[in-house]
Write a protein that binds this ligand. Structure first.
Ligand SMILES: Cc1cc2nc3c(=O)[nH]c(=O)nc-3n(C[C@H](O)[C@H](O)[C@H](O)COP(=O)(O)OP(=O)(O)OC[C@H]3O[C@@H](n4cnc5c(N)ncnc54)[C@H](O)[C@@H]3O)c2cc1C
Length: 311
Protein backbone atom coordinates (compact mmCIF):
# COMPACT_ATOMS: atom_id res chain seq x y z
CA UNK A 1 0.00 0.00 0.00
CA UNK A 2 1.24 3.47 -0.84
CA UNK A 3 0.16 6.59 1.06
CA UNK A 4 -0.39 9.81 -0.89
CA UNK A 5 1.41 11.56 1.94
CA UNK A 6 3.30 10.51 5.05
CA UNK A 7 3.58 13.32 7.59
CA UNK A 8 6.46 13.10 10.05
CA UNK A 9 5.55 14.72 13.37
CA UNK A 10 2.16 15.16 15.05
CA UNK A 11 2.52 18.63 16.53
CA UNK A 12 0.27 21.49 15.38
CA UNK A 13 2.01 21.55 11.96
CA UNK A 14 1.72 17.81 11.32
CA UNK A 15 -1.90 17.59 12.52
CA UNK A 16 -2.94 20.60 10.42
CA UNK A 17 -1.19 19.05 7.41
CA UNK A 18 -3.16 15.85 8.04
CA UNK A 19 -6.50 17.67 8.27
CA UNK A 20 -5.81 19.51 5.00
CA UNK A 21 -4.57 16.36 3.25
CA UNK A 22 -7.81 14.57 4.05
CA UNK A 23 -9.83 17.54 2.75
CA UNK A 24 -8.08 16.74 -0.54
CA UNK A 25 -8.93 13.04 -0.11
CA UNK A 26 -5.24 12.09 0.14
CA UNK A 27 -4.49 8.78 1.86
CA UNK A 28 -2.62 10.09 4.88
CA UNK A 29 -0.37 8.68 7.58
CA UNK A 30 0.99 10.74 10.49
CA UNK A 31 3.91 9.31 12.48
CA UNK A 32 5.22 10.66 15.77
CA UNK A 33 8.23 9.51 17.74
CA UNK A 34 6.42 10.38 20.96
CA UNK A 35 2.87 11.44 21.75
CA UNK A 36 0.53 13.36 19.50
CA UNK A 37 0.55 17.08 20.30
CA UNK A 38 4.21 18.05 20.03
CA UNK A 39 5.41 20.84 22.30
CA UNK A 40 1.85 21.57 23.45
CA UNK A 41 1.69 18.32 25.40
CA UNK A 42 5.38 17.66 25.99
CA UNK A 43 6.46 21.09 27.18
CA UNK A 44 3.53 23.19 28.35
CA UNK A 45 0.28 21.20 28.66
CA UNK A 46 -1.13 23.41 31.45
CA UNK A 47 -0.27 26.75 29.87
CA UNK A 48 -2.99 28.95 28.42
CA UNK A 49 -2.57 29.90 24.76
CA UNK A 50 -3.92 33.39 24.16
CA UNK A 51 -3.05 33.86 20.50
CA UNK A 52 -4.75 30.99 18.67
CA UNK A 53 -7.65 32.40 16.60
CA UNK A 54 -11.12 31.31 17.61
CA UNK A 55 -10.27 30.91 21.30
CA UNK A 56 -9.74 33.80 23.70
CA UNK A 57 -7.67 31.37 25.75
CA UNK A 58 -7.22 27.66 25.36
CA UNK A 59 -5.18 25.32 27.52
CA UNK A 60 -2.36 23.82 25.40
CA UNK A 61 -3.37 20.21 25.95
CA UNK A 62 -6.99 20.99 25.09
CA UNK A 63 -5.94 22.59 21.78
CA UNK A 64 -3.83 19.51 21.08
CA UNK A 65 -6.80 17.22 21.91
CA UNK A 66 -8.99 19.17 19.49
CA UNK A 67 -6.46 18.99 16.65
CA UNK A 68 -5.94 15.25 17.35
CA UNK A 69 -9.69 14.56 17.36
CA UNK A 70 -10.18 16.48 14.12
CA UNK A 71 -7.31 14.68 12.36
CA UNK A 72 -8.68 11.28 13.47
CA UNK A 73 -12.27 12.13 12.55
CA UNK A 74 -11.35 13.13 9.01
CA UNK A 75 -9.57 9.81 8.52
CA UNK A 76 -5.83 10.26 9.05
CA UNK A 77 -3.97 7.11 10.13
CA UNK A 78 -1.99 8.22 13.19
CA UNK A 79 0.80 6.24 14.88
CA UNK A 80 2.50 7.31 18.09
CA UNK A 81 5.89 6.14 19.41
CA UNK A 82 7.20 5.52 15.91
CA UNK A 83 10.31 7.52 15.16
CA UNK A 84 11.23 8.00 11.53
CA UNK A 85 14.87 7.07 11.00
CA UNK A 86 15.32 7.33 7.23
CA UNK A 87 13.57 8.74 4.16
CA UNK A 88 14.94 6.97 1.09
CA UNK A 89 14.13 7.18 -2.61
CA UNK A 90 12.35 4.06 -3.89
CA UNK A 91 11.68 3.18 -7.54
CA UNK A 92 8.60 5.39 -7.99
CA UNK A 93 8.01 6.55 -4.45
CA UNK A 94 9.59 7.55 -1.16
CA UNK A 95 10.33 5.01 1.58
CA UNK A 96 9.77 6.23 5.13
CA UNK A 97 11.55 3.92 7.55
CA UNK A 98 10.86 3.61 11.25
CA UNK A 99 12.21 1.05 13.68
CA UNK A 100 8.95 -0.89 13.21
CA UNK A 101 8.12 -0.66 9.50
CA UNK A 102 8.85 0.83 6.08
CA UNK A 103 6.02 2.93 4.65
CA UNK A 104 5.63 3.78 0.95
CA UNK A 105 4.68 7.37 0.19
CA UNK A 106 4.09 9.45 -2.91
CA UNK A 107 5.03 12.54 -0.92
CA UNK A 108 6.36 13.38 2.53
CA UNK A 109 5.81 16.37 4.82
CA UNK A 110 8.50 16.89 7.46
CA UNK A 111 6.95 18.52 10.56
CA UNK A 112 9.34 17.43 13.30
CA UNK A 113 9.42 20.76 15.14
CA UNK A 114 12.46 20.87 17.42
CA UNK A 115 13.16 17.19 16.81
CA UNK A 116 13.78 15.07 19.88
CA UNK A 117 13.88 18.11 22.14
CA UNK A 118 14.95 18.08 25.79
CA UNK A 119 14.42 20.66 28.51
CA UNK A 120 17.59 22.54 29.50
CA UNK A 121 18.98 21.73 32.94
CA UNK A 122 20.16 24.10 35.68
CA UNK A 123 23.14 21.83 36.40
CA UNK A 124 23.09 22.28 40.19
CA UNK A 125 23.49 19.70 42.97
CA UNK A 126 20.25 17.86 43.72
CA UNK A 127 18.72 18.40 40.25
CA UNK A 128 19.35 14.88 38.92
CA UNK A 129 19.12 13.13 42.29
CA UNK A 130 15.67 14.59 43.05
CA UNK A 131 14.27 14.44 39.52
CA UNK A 132 10.74 13.02 39.77
CA UNK A 133 10.79 13.59 43.54
CA UNK A 134 9.87 17.25 43.34
CA UNK A 135 12.20 18.37 40.54
CA UNK A 136 10.28 18.73 37.30
CA UNK A 137 10.59 20.46 33.93
CA UNK A 138 6.83 20.38 33.32
CA UNK A 139 4.18 21.95 35.50
CA UNK A 140 1.95 19.13 36.82
CA UNK A 141 -1.85 19.41 36.54
CA UNK A 142 -3.36 22.02 38.87
CA UNK A 143 -4.94 19.38 41.12
CA UNK A 144 -1.48 18.00 41.93
CA UNK A 145 -0.24 21.42 43.02
CA UNK A 146 -2.76 22.04 45.77
CA UNK A 147 -1.06 22.56 49.14
CA UNK A 148 2.46 22.44 47.64
CA UNK A 149 5.02 25.23 47.67
CA UNK A 150 6.12 25.80 44.08
CA UNK A 151 9.38 27.51 43.09
CA UNK A 152 9.66 28.25 39.39
CA UNK A 153 13.02 28.96 37.72
CA UNK A 154 13.07 31.00 34.51
CA UNK A 155 12.22 34.43 33.19
CA UNK A 156 10.49 33.93 29.83
CA UNK A 157 6.82 33.87 28.83
CA UNK A 158 6.54 30.20 29.53
CA UNK A 159 7.98 30.35 33.06
CA UNK A 160 5.75 33.30 33.95
CA UNK A 161 2.63 31.70 32.41
CA UNK A 162 3.24 28.53 34.41
CA UNK A 163 3.94 30.49 37.61
CA UNK A 164 0.57 32.22 37.10
CA UNK A 165 -1.16 28.84 36.66
CA UNK A 166 0.47 27.55 39.85
CA UNK A 167 -0.36 30.75 41.71
CA UNK A 168 -4.06 30.23 41.03
CA UNK A 169 -3.97 27.22 43.38
CA UNK A 170 -0.91 27.44 45.58
CA UNK A 171 1.97 29.42 47.13
CA UNK A 172 4.35 30.24 44.25
CA UNK A 173 7.75 31.93 43.90
CA UNK A 174 9.59 32.72 40.67
CA UNK A 175 13.38 32.98 40.63
CA UNK A 176 15.14 34.64 37.69
CA UNK A 177 18.84 35.15 37.21
CA UNK A 178 18.48 38.59 35.60
CA UNK A 179 17.03 41.89 36.93
CA UNK A 180 14.26 41.91 34.27
CA UNK A 181 12.04 39.28 32.73
CA UNK A 182 12.41 38.48 29.01
CA UNK A 183 8.69 38.10 28.45
CA UNK A 184 5.85 40.00 26.81
CA UNK A 185 4.88 43.20 28.61
CA UNK A 186 1.30 41.99 29.12
CA UNK A 187 2.51 38.77 30.72
CA UNK A 188 4.87 40.64 33.06
CA UNK A 189 2.00 43.00 34.03
CA UNK A 190 -0.17 39.98 34.86
CA UNK A 191 2.65 38.70 37.07
CA UNK A 192 2.91 42.06 38.83
CA UNK A 193 -0.82 41.88 39.63
CA UNK A 194 -0.60 38.28 40.89
CA UNK A 195 0.47 36.91 44.25
CA UNK A 196 3.62 35.26 42.84
CA UNK A 197 6.70 36.19 44.90
CA UNK A 198 9.63 37.34 42.75
CA UNK A 199 13.31 36.83 43.47
CA UNK A 200 15.34 38.59 40.78
CA UNK A 201 19.07 38.55 39.92
CA UNK A 202 19.40 35.30 41.81
CA UNK A 203 21.11 32.03 40.93
CA UNK A 204 20.19 28.56 42.06
CA UNK A 205 22.92 26.93 44.16
CA UNK A 206 21.27 23.63 45.11
CA UNK A 207 18.03 21.72 45.40
CA UNK A 208 17.85 20.11 48.81
CA UNK A 209 16.10 17.12 50.36
CA UNK A 210 16.67 13.51 51.33
CA UNK A 211 13.93 11.49 49.53
CA UNK A 212 12.05 14.46 48.09
CA UNK A 213 12.56 18.17 47.54
CA UNK A 214 12.37 20.16 50.79
CA UNK A 215 13.98 23.46 49.83
CA UNK A 216 16.15 25.26 47.31
CA UNK A 217 19.16 27.44 48.07
CA UNK A 218 19.62 30.56 45.93
CA UNK A 219 22.19 33.31 46.00
CA UNK A 220 21.25 36.98 45.59
CA UNK A 221 23.66 39.91 46.02
CA UNK A 222 26.22 37.53 47.50
CA UNK A 223 23.79 36.34 50.18
CA UNK A 224 22.39 32.81 50.35
CA UNK A 225 18.74 32.16 51.09
CA UNK A 226 16.84 28.93 51.57
CA UNK A 227 13.31 28.79 50.12
CA UNK A 228 11.06 26.01 51.46
CA UNK A 229 9.87 24.17 48.33
CA UNK A 230 7.91 21.02 47.47
CA UNK A 231 8.10 21.41 43.69
CA UNK A 232 11.09 22.96 41.90
CA UNK A 233 9.90 23.66 38.36
CA UNK A 234 12.73 24.38 35.91
CA UNK A 235 11.69 26.31 32.83
CA UNK A 236 14.78 27.83 31.23
CA UNK A 237 14.28 26.66 27.65
CA UNK A 238 14.77 23.58 25.58
CA UNK A 239 17.56 22.18 23.46
CA UNK A 240 16.60 20.89 20.06
CA UNK A 241 18.03 17.71 18.55
CA UNK A 242 17.75 17.98 14.79
CA UNK A 243 20.23 15.27 13.78
CA UNK A 244 17.49 13.45 11.80
CA UNK A 245 17.36 16.29 9.29
CA UNK A 246 21.04 15.80 8.38
CA UNK A 247 20.53 12.08 7.76
CA UNK A 248 17.58 12.78 5.47
CA UNK A 249 19.85 14.73 3.05
CA UNK A 250 17.75 17.85 3.33
CA UNK A 251 19.45 21.14 2.61
CA UNK A 252 19.75 22.98 5.90
CA UNK A 253 20.27 26.60 6.89
CA UNK A 254 23.14 27.71 9.15
CA UNK A 255 20.96 27.15 12.21
CA UNK A 256 20.38 23.51 11.24
CA UNK A 257 16.77 23.93 10.10
CA UNK A 258 15.25 22.86 6.79
CA UNK A 259 15.72 25.39 4.01
CA UNK A 260 12.36 25.80 2.27
CA UNK A 261 11.08 27.88 -0.61
CA UNK A 262 7.92 30.02 -0.28
CA UNK A 263 5.98 26.88 -1.34
CA UNK A 264 7.53 24.86 1.53
CA UNK A 265 9.43 22.65 -0.91
CA UNK A 266 12.81 21.24 0.10
CA UNK A 267 15.76 20.25 -2.08
CA UNK A 268 14.33 16.70 -2.36
CA UNK A 269 11.47 16.25 -4.87
CA UNK A 270 8.22 15.25 -3.19
CA UNK A 271 9.43 16.24 0.30
CA UNK A 272 7.92 19.37 1.83
CA UNK A 273 8.47 20.79 5.32
CA UNK A 274 6.71 23.10 7.76
CA UNK A 275 6.56 24.33 11.35
CA UNK A 276 9.41 24.89 13.77
CA UNK A 277 11.67 22.60 11.71
CA UNK A 278 11.93 25.09 8.85
CA UNK A 279 13.67 28.39 8.34
CA UNK A 280 13.29 31.24 5.85
CA UNK A 281 13.66 35.01 6.11
CA UNK A 282 10.90 36.32 8.37
CA UNK A 283 10.19 32.96 10.03
CA UNK A 284 8.53 33.01 13.47
CA UNK A 285 8.13 29.88 15.57
CA UNK A 286 4.46 30.06 16.52
CA UNK A 287 1.47 27.72 16.30
CA UNK A 288 -0.38 29.81 13.73
CA UNK A 289 2.66 30.13 11.45
CA UNK A 290 3.23 26.35 11.75
CA UNK A 291 -0.40 25.74 10.72
CA UNK A 292 -0.17 28.18 7.80
CA UNK A 293 3.00 26.57 6.50
CA UNK A 294 1.40 23.13 6.88
CA UNK A 295 -1.46 24.28 4.64
CA UNK A 296 0.96 25.38 1.93
CA UNK A 297 3.06 22.21 2.29
CA UNK A 298 0.04 19.95 1.83
CA UNK A 299 -1.45 21.86 -1.07
CA UNK A 300 1.94 21.60 -2.79
CA UNK A 301 2.15 17.88 -1.94
CA UNK A 302 -1.33 17.45 -3.44
CA UNK A 303 -0.19 19.20 -6.62
CA UNK A 304 2.93 16.99 -6.73
CA UNK A 305 1.00 13.74 -6.24
CA UNK A 306 -2.27 14.29 -8.11
CA UNK A 307 -1.01 16.71 -10.76
CA UNK A 308 -4.47 18.28 -11.27
CA UNK A 309 -4.77 19.97 -14.68
CA UNK A 310 -5.88 23.29 -13.14
CA UNK A 311 -2.98 23.69 -10.68
C1 LIG B 1 7.26 26.90 26.47
C2 LIG B 1 6.68 27.27 25.13
C3 LIG B 1 5.51 28.00 25.06
C4 LIG B 1 4.96 28.34 23.81
N1 LIG B 1 3.80 29.07 23.76
C5 LIG B 1 3.27 29.38 22.56
C6 LIG B 1 2.06 30.16 22.48
O1 LIG B 1 1.48 30.56 23.50
N2 LIG B 1 1.56 30.45 21.23
C7 LIG B 1 2.19 30.04 20.07
O2 LIG B 1 1.69 30.32 18.98
N3 LIG B 1 3.33 29.30 20.12
C8 LIG B 1 3.87 28.96 21.33
N4 LIG B 1 5.03 28.24 21.38
C9 LIG B 1 5.63 27.76 20.10
C10 LIG B 1 4.88 26.53 19.56
O3 LIG B 1 4.77 25.54 20.58
C11 LIG B 1 5.60 25.93 18.36
O4 LIG B 1 5.79 26.93 17.39
C12 LIG B 1 4.79 24.78 17.76
O5 LIG B 1 4.64 23.73 18.69
C13 LIG B 1 5.47 24.23 16.50
O6 LIG B 1 4.73 23.14 16.03
P1 LIG B 1 5.39 21.98 15.17
O7 LIG B 1 4.28 21.04 14.83
O8 LIG B 1 6.22 22.56 14.10
O9 LIG B 1 6.44 21.26 16.15
P2 LIG B 1 6.28 20.47 17.51
O10 LIG B 1 5.18 21.00 18.34
O11 LIG B 1 7.67 20.47 18.09
O12 LIG B 1 5.91 18.96 17.06
C14 LIG B 1 6.84 18.18 16.38
C15 LIG B 1 6.53 16.71 16.61
O13 LIG B 1 7.43 15.91 15.81
C16 LIG B 1 7.82 14.74 16.53
N5 LIG B 1 9.09 14.24 15.98
C17 LIG B 1 10.33 14.76 16.11
N6 LIG B 1 11.24 14.00 15.46
C18 LIG B 1 10.53 12.96 14.90
C19 LIG B 1 10.91 11.83 14.11
N7 LIG B 1 12.17 11.62 13.72
N8 LIG B 1 9.94 10.94 13.73
C20 LIG B 1 8.64 11.13 14.11
N9 LIG B 1 8.24 12.21 14.86
C21 LIG B 1 9.17 13.10 15.23
C22 LIG B 1 7.92 15.25 17.97
O14 LIG B 1 7.77 14.15 18.87
C23 LIG B 1 6.77 16.25 18.06
O15 LIG B 1 5.59 15.64 18.55
C24 LIG B 1 5.60 27.91 22.61
C25 LIG B 1 6.79 27.17 22.69
C26 LIG B 1 7.34 26.86 23.92
C27 LIG B 1 8.62 26.05 23.99
Amino acid sequence: MCYDVVIIGAGPAGLTAGIYARSKMMKTLILDSGRVGGQLVSLYPEKGIHNYPGFETVQARKLSDKLYAQAETVGCDIKENEKVNEIENGDQELLVMTSKETYHAKSVVVAIGMGSFKPKKMGCPGEDELFGKGVTYLLPAKEELVGKKVTMFGGGNSAIDMALVADSVTDTTIVHRRPDFRADEGTVKQLERSGVKKIMSASLLSINGADKVESVTVSQDGKEMVIPTDLAVINIGISADLEDLKRWNLELTEDGLVKVGPDMSTNRPGIFACGDAVSYPGKFKQITTACGEATTAILMAYKFVKKPYWA
